[in-house]
Design a binder for this molecule. Structure first.
Ligand SMILES: *[C@@H]1O[C@H](CO)[C@@H](O)[C@H](O)[C@H]1NC(C)=O
Length: 247
């Protein structure tokens, strides 16, 4: 076991059939306390993955790079197009899990994590309107989520290859519930400092509204990143080596 959260773990390729590294705690399928075991083992594995797992193509987790996100929010109080590139997520490996529900017979994993401070740092371009105010800029965005609760719902399916069963994740849903969001966009309004400072203050005074309008797009992009990372491992390590039948 070990794995799975947003990410998971590690594994060393040896010959055919990859294995989990020795340093990972194992949680057997039959273990009575499978959920308790995973709750501890997954964040522990995540912390061991700060630099990634090159042999499996698992990228570094600290920070985790995301290529780009395009957001168009059409209606309501926030009408905006945003493009983020060179995204770096900092803080994921400090996450802890508050609940874990594994239903291996249905290839389903559900867990809630809490990340004390998740920083989303990216190059941004945006243009639009927030409430009554026009906004535009091109610079560096810092969206910091404090005490971020993430609900993860991983929906897997068995895939058989070379006589081995793999637990492929065909869907990965996340919900973000931050206690607080702190936004900062550099170089708003072509670098007009007074307007930019005022807008950053305004965005933070209305951060619940602003974040709620954009949340779904962030969730969609990040869930696909988490899904890719999870599958890097789950598509390579047979299920019975992740969750041993008799540990
Ligand atoms: C992003 O903003 C947070 C909260 O204001 C701050 O603590 C952090 O240092 C900032 N990160 C960067 C890279 O500017």
């Amino acid at each position: 076991m070990w794995c799975v959260l947003f990410v998971c773990l590690t594994v060393v390729a040896i010959g055919f059939g990859n294995e989990l590294p020795e340093s990972f705690r194992r949680c057997g399928q039959a273990e009575k306390k499978l959920n308790d075991c995973l709750k501890a083992a997954v964040p522990d594995a995540l912390r061991q993955m700060k630099a990634g797992i090159p042999s499996l193509g698992v990228p570094p987790m600290e920070p985790l790079h995301v290529s780009g996100i395009d957001i168009s929010s059409g209606a309501g109080p926030v009408v905006i197009t945003q493009n983020y590139k060179n995204i770096k997520l900092h803080g994921l490996t400090d996450s802890v899990l508050t609940t874990y529900k594994a239903d291996l017979k249905r290839y389903r994993l559900r867990t809630d994590s809490i990340t004390p401070k998740m920083e989303f740092i990216a190059d941004y371009v945006m243009k639009g309107r927030i409430l009554v105010l026009p906004i535009q800029g091109k610079g560096v965005a810092n969206i910091t989520m404090v005490n971020l609760v993430v609900k993860h719902d991983l929906i897997g399916e068995p895939v058989t290859r070379d006589g081995q069963t793999y637990m492929h994740m065909r869907d990965y849903k996340v919900k973000f519930i931050p206690q607080k969001v702190i936004l900062h966009f550099s170089n708003l309004f072509n670098g007009d400092k007074r307007l930019g400072d005022q807008m950053n203050i305004f965005l933070n005074e209305n951060s619940d509204l602003v974040f709620n309008e954009l949340k779904e797009s962030y969730e969609k992009s990040l869930s696909s990143v988490f899904q890719d990372v999870t599958n890097k491992i789950f598509d390579k390590v047979p299920m019975n080596k992740i969750f041993p039948e008799d540990p």
